[in-house]
Design a protein around this ligand. Structure first.
Ligand SMILES: *[C@@H]1O[C@H](CO)[C@@H](O)[C@H](O)[C@H]1NC(C)=O
Ligand SMILES: *[C@@H]1O[C@H](CO)[C@@H](O)[C@H](O)[C@H]1NC(C)=O
Ligand SMILES: *[C@@H]1O[C@H](CO)[C@@H](O)[C@H](O)[C@H]1NC(C)=O
Ligand SMILES: *[C@@H]1O[C@H](CO)[C@@H](O)[C@H](O)[C@H]1NC(C)=O
Ligand SMILES: *[C@@H]1O[C@H](CO)[C@@H](O)[C@H](O)[C@H]1NC(C)=O
Length: 395
């Protein structure tokens, strides 16, 4: 049954039963030691802000959809509320992807802050308590994507995000980003002089995320920690041995904490330095294969130089829509996946459309998935999404 097809039925039949019940037990109490393990035989399908191509980004429904569609990892950005609670949200203002403008009670909350050298005006999550943030609802970022879920889902906390992964019917990893650490540490203060990075690692440890890449502990609770800020990655290397990924922005954008240029942080010398702290890099894909007039140019040598140092490469962001696809791919997202997986040879892909990457990989490099049981669990998960949507539609 298609997702769209069964929704109306579920909404009609289950409204009464589920309207008042919180959806996730916190902390997760479900101990299921027989779950299907993480696949490690092919590049990772990293669900960028959940299946945000379909459902508003970084919401519980977007993450559950991504899990149902085959994500290896669910990806998120971590920021902080004013009262120091870590939340899943991408932008440093709420303006673009929430209904904050409709909330008259918050009209006086607009601020201007210097963010990485630019005066930026808007509603900043760091000026709202968690209780206030929970009153907002998330909207789809792109107008050309499905708008039907706008206004339904709240912002979730880092802990709620972790619970979604731990409650999945198979082992699903998490891929949280230490987002805007300079801004957060300037504006949010925690007791005992703790930093944003300390709270971030504490939260992971609370749920027993630990262990180096591919260790037994890691395979039970797979995790990559990502950041654009090298000082955050170096700092937390004393706090956790979990694998870390160094994100690399466009060639024109300096690092937010150390003000280093793209050329400096992708030099051989710098890769030799950072490889002591990270297991891989997460570059924007158009810097690995430059683009001119919407056509691909010859690839740079960054993937080869990273691989020569045993660093994985997880580029971002893959999006199915033609407005994002370069002409070389002839409006066919599978061609793009094929190019990056088989010609460039990357180790993981951040995608807005976990479902299509999963189908492509299942066709071209299937993981032996021998269980009808896991299929039935996947459809049970779709039922859960239906419940969740009906709760918000009617709540
Ligand atoms: C930001 O605004 C303040 C106050 O108007 C001003 O003093 C400062 O120079 C501005 N900073 C930038 C980076 O434009
Ligand atoms: C990590 O710990 C070592 C040993 O205690 C210390 O020398 C080093 O300065 C620490 N690094 C950071 C980034 O805190
Ligand atoms: C960052 O570096 C650039 C060029 O190296 C320099 O012009 C700029 O002033 C620096 N910015 C800060 C905030 O240090
Ligand atoms: C898959 O299931 C079939 C039938 O139950 C069985 O014969 C086969 O050995 C299984 N393959 C794997 C890889 O588990
Ligand atoms: C499916 O879920 C049930 C409980 O919800 C669990 O016992 C079972 O192991 C799961 N099966 C797979 C293959 O994940």
């Amino acid at each position: 049954m298609s997702f769209r097809g069964f929704l109306p039925f579920l909404c009609l039949s289950l409204i009464a039963a589920c309207a008042a019940r919180p959806f996730y037990p916190l902390p997760s109490k479900i101990a299921n030691h027989n779950r299907q393990p993480l696949q490690t035989s092919r590049p990772y399908n990293i669900a960028h802000r959940g299946s945000n191509g379909e459902i508003p980004e970084a919401t519980a429904a977007a993450y559950m959809r991504a899990i149902a569609e085959g994500a290896d990892f669910i990806e998120t950005d971590i920021l902080s509320s004013k009262d120091g609670v870590l939340i899943c949200f991408h932008d440093f203002t709420l303006d673009e992807t929430t209904d904050v403008a409709d909330h008259k009670e918050f009209a006086n909350r607009k601020r201007t802050y210097d963010v990485q050298g630019v005066n930026t005006t808007g509603f900043f999550p760091i000026d709202f308590t968690l209780e206030e943030l929970k009153k907002l609802r998330v909207n789809q970022r792109y107008k050309f994507r499905d708008q039907q879920y706008n206004g339904m889902f709240p912002i979730i906390t880092f802990e709620e995000f972790i619970s979604i992964a731990l409650d999945a019917p198979r082992v699903v990893g998490i891929y949280p980003e230490i987002k805007n650490p300079v801004l957060i540490n300037q504006h949010v203060k925690w007791p005992n002089g703790k930093r944003f990075e300390d709270k971030f690692v504490e939260t992971l440890k609370k749920y027993e995320y630990k262990g180096s890449y591919m260790s037994k502990d890691w395979l039970e609770k797979p995790l990559f920690i990502q950041s654009f800020a090298p000082t955050s990655l170096v700092y937390i290397s004393n706090l956790t041995d979990s694998p870390k990924i160094f994100l690399i922005d466009d060639v024109t954008i300096p690092t937010q904490d150390t003000n280093q240029s793209y050329w400096e942080i992708t030099s051989d010398k710098y890769l030799d330095f950072i490889k002591e702290y990270v297991v891989g890099i997460g570059p924007w894909k158009d810097t690995l294969v430059p683009v001119k007039d919407n056509y691909l140019q010859p690839p740079t040598d960054l993937v080869a130089r990273a691989h020569a140092r045993d660093l994985q490469v997880h580029p971002y962001t893959y999006r199915d829509e033609n407005s994002f696809l370069h002409f070389d791919f002839h409006q066919d997202p599978y061609k793009e996946y094929d190019y990056w997986l088989n010609t460039i040879g990357v180790d993981g892909l951040f995608t807005d459309f976990t479902g299509s990457l999963h189908r492509f990989q299942e066709w071209t490099s299937p993981v032996s998935q021998n269980d009808s049981k896991s299929k039935s669990n996947a459809s049970r998960l779709l039922d859960k999404i239906g419940l969740l949507i009906s709760t918000y539609r009617n709540g």
